[in-house]
Design a protein. Structure first.
Length: 559
């Protein structure tokens, strides 16, 4: 016997009507030339609702669902409805810049229903996730571990939906700030979305989010970052800022289409992250003295090399802060400007407008600077202008993508720089990596033995100047354990390991012969500056980092 389920039948008819309504709206959007948007999966910015009263919005068949600065995202039912036109013109007269989307009646109802949630929220500054509110600031103070973040998100999941999504994002961001994460990663899988923080350069799992929650979080992050809500098949980049008490922290948003949903990475540019004194970066005292001597010279070029994420920008900023004085003119050419330095003229390249590193460098020389920082030398033109600037009385800081200090010279020769002027321009070439520091609270001392001892002894033997080894214990090292202080990782914070080659007579002679990296290292061995392997091993023996961590970052194989 077949039974008729009226409830299910009505649900099917309701779903069919909704689909037909959305399809019709899509067709009309093409007719009117206005982008179509389905607001059922879009997060609504509560602040946007404050721009227009609920009664006015309903009367005009429209809804404002996002606001950034004075820019509004507005859903309308029809561009021909007189009250909609009047309301849009009124917004323009009030100084707003509306962007119109054609939406269905059910999308409008969804936004209108959110007016009742206004009491759950607090007003923010357009274009920023303003967490100056005492309740939100308290999140940063409460979060100490990953478990704290998980517990707070689980608690908030039972709240009102709109409040829950905003609060969840705030907890995720506040947690990342409290734990000093450099990035927040949202990685969609088939049945869940993985949330991870990059802590001290290593990705660490936080928790898994359900797909429905992530869909709303994704819309909220798009709105905050001023990204296009109706574009899902291509990459997008945006930004927003967090205001935490007296500090403004910029967040760079990178969106990538994936197999299951759009993946997002939020890069956290915390000004406190680069406020590092040159003396605390991990340079050996002898090497630090060399660097301080070279950056105090009136002209020449100082280059830092290493892969992305090795701390090159932080090092250059430390140089600039060290030598920035009232009587000095400093100009930087960067892409992007990650941190703002007081007293320094910073300019950002824009390839779409033809403003490249070489063009920025050429233009900056007309501003009569004493010191120039070029974010990266990547082509012949930039390299030539930078070298000429160093030869004509300017101090130039820049970066190169090479694996070590010796690779600087072959790389610049490959870029077309005349070897005869290369050594006259370069004062010092550095290479660096970042290693995680062992947690002081839980690290344990272990005996150095077996293959590990053979490896350490071999690298120590390669140090020509044995005075580096005075007072160094070569029988024990330290290993990570994990505790609540370091979130069970065994590491807390990072420090640099460095190597460098200073221009001298031996280097000048060999560079004329288009040498290999190995030949350059051999010719400059008498400088007695530690290479990265040697510097790293000394930090291991001092209990600063572990052998496993150094092996992760630097190739220690015998060569």
């Amino acid at each position: 016997m077949v039974t008729f389920d009226e409830t299910k039948q009505n649900e099917r008819l309701d779903d069919l009507r909704k689909r037909e309504e959305e399809n019709l709206t899509q067709v009309m959007s093409q007719k009117y030339g206005i982008p179509y948007l389905d607001l059922s999966g879009v997060g609504i910015n509560i602040d946007a609702l404050r721009v227009q009263k609920e009664d006015d919005a309903r009367a005009a068949n429209m809804a404002i669902f996002n606001i950034i600065d004075r820019k509004l995202s507005v859903g309308i039912l029809s561009p021909n409805f007189p009250k909609s036109t009047e309301a849009v013109e009124d917004l323009k007269r009030r100084g707003y810049v509306p962007t119109l989307y054609l939406v269905s009646p059910q999308s409008l109802k969804k936004v209108w229903e959110r007016y009742k949630d206004l009491s759950f929220s607090f007003e923010t500054t357009g274009g920023a996730l303003d967490i100056t509110n005492e309740d939100i600031v308290s999140i940063v103070e409460k979060v100490r571990t990953m478990e704290d973040i998980k517990h707070m998100i689980e608690e908030i999941m039972h709240q009102n939906k709109s409040y829950r999504i905003s609060r969840t994002l705030e907890i995720i961001l506040a947690g990342s700030l409290s734990l000093n994460a450099s990035d927040v990663h949202f990685e969609p899988e088939e049945k869940y979305v993985r949330l991870r923080y990059r802590l001290d350069g290593v990705l660490t799992d936080v928790l898994n989010l359900d797909l429905d929650t992530y869909a709303l979080l994704l819309s909220r992050m798009k709105l905050l970052s001023n990204l296009k809500l109706n574009v899902k098949g291509r990459t997008q980049d945006g930004r927003f800022s967090i205001k935490l008490k007296d500090t403004s922290i910029e967040i760079r948003t990178s969106l990538l289409p994936g197999a299951y949903s759009e993946a997002i990475v939020l890069r956290i540019l915390n000004p406190n992250a680069i406020s590092i004194a040159l003396e605390t970066m991990g340079m050996h005292p002898r090497f630090l003295a060399i660097v301080q001597r070279e950056i105090s010279k009136p002209n020449g070029m100082i280059l830092t090399t290493g892969p992305t994420g090795s701390g090159k920008t932080t090092t250059l900023y430390a140089f600039l802060r060290t030598i920035n004085e009232p009587g000095t003119k400093i100009i930087t050419i960067e892409n992007p400007i990650e941190y703002h330095l007081p007293g320094v003229v910073q300019t950002q390249t824009d390839s779409e407008k033809g403003y490249t590193f070489s063009e920025g460098l050429r233009s900056s020389l007309r501003q009569d600077p004493d010191i120039i920082m070029v974010g990266e030398i990547r082509d012949n033109e930039t390299a030539e202008i930078a070298v000429n600037a160093a030869l004509t009385g300017h101090l130039v800081f820049s970066t190169l993508h090479t694996n070590n200090a010796a690779g600087t010279y072959p790389r610049l020769i490959d870029l077309g720089i005349n070897p005869k002027v290369l050594t006259s321009a370069i004062n010092i070439s550095m290479a660096q990596r970042l290693v995680r520091q062992l947690c002081d609270n839980c690290r344990k001392e272990v005996v150095l033995e077996g293959k590990n001892k053979e490896l350490v002894d071999w690298i120590l033997e390669s140090i020509n100047d044995k005075t580096y080894l005075e007072g160094v214990n070569t029988t024990h090292i330290f290993a990570p354990v994990g505790c609540t202080v370091c979130n069970g990782l065994g590491y807390k914070g990072r420090i640099g390991i460095f190597e460098a080659i200073v221009t001298d007579e031996n280097l000048e002679k060999i560079v004329q012969e288009n040498p290999s990296e190995r030949e350059i290292k051999k010719a400059t061995a008498n400088q007695n500056i530690l290479d990265m392997r040697q510097d790293g091993i000394l930090k291991i023996l001092q209990g600063i980092t572990s052998l496993e961590e150094l092996i992760r970052v630097v190739d220690l194989e015998k060569s």
